[in-house]
Design a binder for this molecule. Structure first.
Ligand code: ADP
Length: 903
């Protein structure tokens, strides 16, 4: 290699180049023929981060670009090895169009300088004048930004393309004339309309896609007006003429003249949506028609009860129209606010999704109706809603109430029947086929002698063994004949009354099931033990009566009123002295009665017929031998079931002997009365007439005593004294006797007597006696009585003076009181005196009877006899209670009924 061919800085071709290279904004370097770097400009220093000082005069310029040594483009051109270009730079290089003999390429340099650079580089050989290669220049342009942008674009284009191709969205460009052709369509478009390729579409007119060509006209008109159309739904057709719903958005492209050159559009298949929408509409319509046509009320509401929709029926149930109801709340209509909450509707719905409850709603007019409400959750786009169906159950509710009431009634009835069953006065029980007690009432349980519950499940053999055999016989009969057994008499002993033979009348009824099989026996038991006994007793008493009648020599008669015929028992002859006429009538009978008594008999008979009184008559009969006999007849009237008098039954007794005795008695009584009166008269006269001579004896005796007191001896004086005393006592006795006999004779003057006034008078009159004896007389609240005043004074006077007299106490005390007893006032005179010995009981009230000697207590023994007489004259009684040493109580009664006793 010659020096001429060697490039260096002084090489003529490079003069001036240095400055250009060094100051060029483009990174550049120059090598000589030997590949040694002679220029490495500033821009390249910056780019490659390799200093010129490190690179100049070396052949290490590759370091700026590559990791390991390899030729740069300029190296190949300096060696004029064009053939290797394609090896080292693939086919990425080309001849420069601007510089002759230069080559250019673009490449990526991941390790240059800061790394990651795209460079566009141009290399050319530097030749001398004779055309020999003396060196080479390579310069670079940073195209990193452009490359990134290009890559991004490509990527996004790629993405877009695949999107457009892969999306089921048709993209098209077409012309706007009415015929119109497609300029461009994507695969999706072709697929959408059933074409094999996009090119097939290019040969099809746009209008051919329309089912209704007029739609295309409208579409174009709108497009021209607006410039774009968004989401227009069109009904188009596919290649095979099947219709397809699409949504089209289109935009017009205008030329400079402002007319539309083409239209770009996207088209979306909405067939499915449309069909389902149609189906939805249809189903909604169907649903509407169901909802409107069902008899139920229907409403849609949220969980709070806010009504969002409802049918006519629902609105009608509330007495309104849907428009007014929608937007209100269910609770507004409920008489029970918080209806939903109270029924825990939300809770139940959330748990189970469905709930049913009854509620009452108020109509607009205030009427209340009952509804059965079924609610369920329905999920929708806008969240969960509640669908509620309401059925008017007012009628049902009313029926239920009626039913409920009737149930209560029937329960009550059942309870009543049960109570009747239990408390029935007859024994009732149900036995099963084995004669075990299934049911029993209290009465039956009592008959058997065990509590009702102890019977259940036990057999009659176990409960009432004594009756078991009889029961088994009857049960067998019932099972065999399938018929009831009535009025069967059972006799036996039950544990209720051991040892007592009892009798029952029993009815055994078969209990049958629906197939007419006997499943048990219903037993009703009536105890007739007492009736039996009574029956026996009746028979006995009849026998007794018969004996009595016979014994009393009485005769029984039966008078049949209808036939007017008398029947008599066989002792007729004893009373009538002859045998009875079998056809004897009432008139025949009257003929045998004494004519004077016939009227009496007729009257008595009439009273029986008129007032139903018993017939009681004493009558005389005249016997055939003309003798007269007394008869007492007693009879009673009996009626038939219609209440008509049917028969009179009676007895007749011969009372002639007692009648005679009575007559005798009456005679004696008369005589007695007479002699009594005479006696009284005598007593009166005697006592009255005796007074005068007595007074005379007494006064002469007293005269004798006064005149001769000192002239006669003491004995004679004493005798005279005895005579005076005796005469005085005799006078007392005569006086008392007179008083006593007067009581019977004197006709008393009856009036209302205040017994308290009497006591006042007595205590005043006897004040000396009372004071002397330190006596106390107590009385209070004494009544008014209908009596003879003077005699009553005498009664109290005598009793009080006795009480003081027969008293050894410091302070004799007498308490007087009275008590009303039915028709009597009973007076009580109580003292704390010596009392009366029981042995004297019979003597106390007898006249002149004294229980003590005169030396003990003074008295005549007539006081109590007078009291007794007065009390008895007033219709009362007198008695006493006493124990010796414990005082005495004298009682006497004075009648105070309506009947007042007068003497
Ligand atoms: P007399 O008092 O004049 O003897 P009565 O006829 O008044 O006669 O009484 C009869 C008898 O009954 C009396 O003798 C007296 O023994 C007794 N007697 C009457 N009253 C009482 C009395 N209150 N307490 C005790 N004995 C009485």
């Amino acid at each position: 290699m010659t020096g001429d061919h060697h490039l260096n800085k002084s090489s003529p071709g490079l003069i001036g180049l240095e400055a250009i290279i060094n100051f060029s904004p483009l990174p550049q370097f120059v090598i000589d023929r030997d590949h040694k770097v002679i220029y490495w400009n500033k821009a390249l220093e910056e780019y490659s981060k390799l200093k010129a000082s490190d690179i100049l005069s070396t052949d290490k310029h590759w370091k700026a670009f590559y990791k390991s040594k390899r030729p740069c483009m300029v190296d190949l051109l300096v060696d004029e090895d064009i053939g290797s270009l394609s090896y080292w730079f693939s086919h990425n290089f080309k001849k420069s169009e601007l510089v002759e003999g230069a080559y250019e390429a673009e490449d990526y340099f991941p390790h240059m300088g800061d790394g990651d650079k795209y460079l566009h580089f141009t290399a050319s050989a530097i030749k001398d004048q004779s055309g020999n290669v003396i060196g080479g220049l390579e310069s670079f342009e940073d195209i990193t930004q452009r490359k990134i942008a290009e890559n991004d674009l490509q990527e996004s284009e790629e993405k877009f393309r695949s999107l457009v191709e892969n999306l089921n969205v048709g993209v098209y460009r077409n012309t706007v004339d009415l015929g119109g052709y497609f300029i461009q369509v994507n695969q999706a478009f072709a697929r959408m309309f059933g074409y094999e390729s996009t090119s097939e579409i290019m040969e099809t007119k746009v209008i051919d896609f329309f089912l209704d060509p007029s739609e295309r006209i409208t579409f174009l008109e709108d497009l021209k007006k607006e410039g774009s159309i968004i989401d227009r739904e069109l009904h188009l057709k596919k290649k095979d003429n099947t219709p397809i719903w699409v949504s089209v958005s289109a935009k017009a492209h205008y030329n400079e003249q402002g007319t539309i050159e083409w239209v770009d559009g996207i088209i979306e298949d909405i067939n499915h949506r449309k069909i389902s929408e149609e189906a939805l509409i249809k189903s909604e319509e169907r649903y509407r028609s169901i909802v409107e046509n069902i008899n139920d009320g229907f409403c849609i509401h949220d969980f709070e009860g806010n009504i969002q929709d409802c049918n006519e029926n629902f609105a009608m149930m509330l007495g309104s129209v849907p428009e007014e109801i929608i937007g209100t709340n269910l609770d507004e209509f409920s008489s029970n606010t918080m209806m939903l909450e109270k029924n825990n509707v939300t809770g139940e719905l959330k748990k189970t999704g469905i709930v049913e409850f009854d509620a009452d709603l108020l109509k607009k007019d205030g009427n209340r109706c009952y509804y059965n409400i079924k609610s369920s959750i329905v999920s929708g786009k806008n969240g969960d809603k509640v669908h509620s169906f309401l059925r008017d159950v007012t009628k049902r509710r009313e029926m239920e109430e009626i039913l409920h009431e009737s149930e209560i009634k029937s329960q009550k009835r059942l309870a009543e029947i049960e109570a009747i069953y239990n408390s029935a006065p007859i024994g009732l029980c149900v036995l099963d086929r084995n004669l075990r007690f299934v049911r029993i009432n209290d009465r039956m349980a009592k008959i058997n002698g065990f509590p009702p519950e102890e019977h259940i499940g036990k057999t009659i053999q176990e409960i009432v063994p004594d009756l078991a055999e009889q029961g088994e016989i009857v049960a067998k009969e019932v099972f065999e004949t399938k018929k009831k057994v009535m009025g069967r008499e059972f006799n036996g002993i039950t544990p209720a009354k051991p040892g007592v033979l009892r009798t029952w009348i029993e009815q055994w009824y078969p209990v049958k099931d629906s197939s007419n099989q006997i499943i048990g026996i219903n037993v009703a038991v009536l105890e007739i033990t007492d009736i039996k006994r009574a029956d026996k007793a009746l028979k006995k008493s009849e026998e007794k009566l018969r004996l009595a009648i016979e014994g009393a020599d009485a005769v029984m008669w039966f008078w049949n009123l209808e036939k007017d015929v008398f029947e008599w028992t066989d002792r007729y002859i004893n009373i009538f002295g002859t045998n009875p006429d079998p056809e004897m009538s009432y008139d025949d009978f009257l003929k045998s009665v004494h004519p004077e008594d016939r009227e009496k008999v007729k009257n008595a008979t009439q009273r029986v017929m008129q007032y139903g009184e018993d017939f009681k008559v004493e009558l005389r009969t005249i016997w055939p031998d003309r003798s007269i006999h007394w008869v007492y007849s007693l009879g009673r009237l009996f009626y038939d079931f219609q209440g008509k008098p049917k028969e009179m039954i009676g007895i007749a007794i011969d009372i002639t002997p007692s009648k005679l005795a009575e007559q005798e008695l009456q005679e004696t009584l008369k005589q007695l009365k007479r002699s009594n009166a005479e006696l009284e008269q005598f007593a009166y006269v005697a006592s009255h007439d005796l007074q005068e001579p007595l007074r005379m004896i007494t006064s002469f005796l007293q005269l004798l005593q006064r005149r001769y007191e000192n002239q006669i001896d003491s004995d004679a004086n004493e005798f005279i004294q005895f005579a005076v005393d005796g005469a005085a006592r005799m006078q007392e006795l005569v006086n008392d006797l007179l008083t006593y006999s007067r009581i019977g004779r004197k006709t008393g003057k009856f009036e209302y007597v205040n017994t308290e006034d009497i006591l006042k008078q007595i205590t005043f009159d006897s004040r000396l006696l009372i004071e002397e004896n330190n006596a106390h007389i107590n009385y209070d609240n004494l009544p008014l009585v209908w009596a003879d005043y003077t005699q009553m004074v005498q009664v109290f006077q005598n009793l009080i003076s006795n009480s003081i007299k027969y008293n050894e106490q410091e302070n004799p005390t007498i308490n007087i009181s009275a008590e009303k007893k039915v028709n009597d006032w009973v007076f009580k005179v109580e003292d704390n005196g010596i009392g009366i010995d029981p042995k004297h009981r019979v003597h106390v009230f007898k006249i002149f009877q004294r229980l003590h000697g005169r030396d003990e207590y003074d008295g005549t023994g007539i006081g109590l006899a007078i009291v007794k007489r007065i009390v008895e004259q007033h219709g009362g009684m007198i008695w006493y209670e006493s124990k010796p040493g414990e005082g005495s109580i004298f009682y006497f009664s004075i009648p105070q009924g309506d009947e007042k006793y007068e003497i």
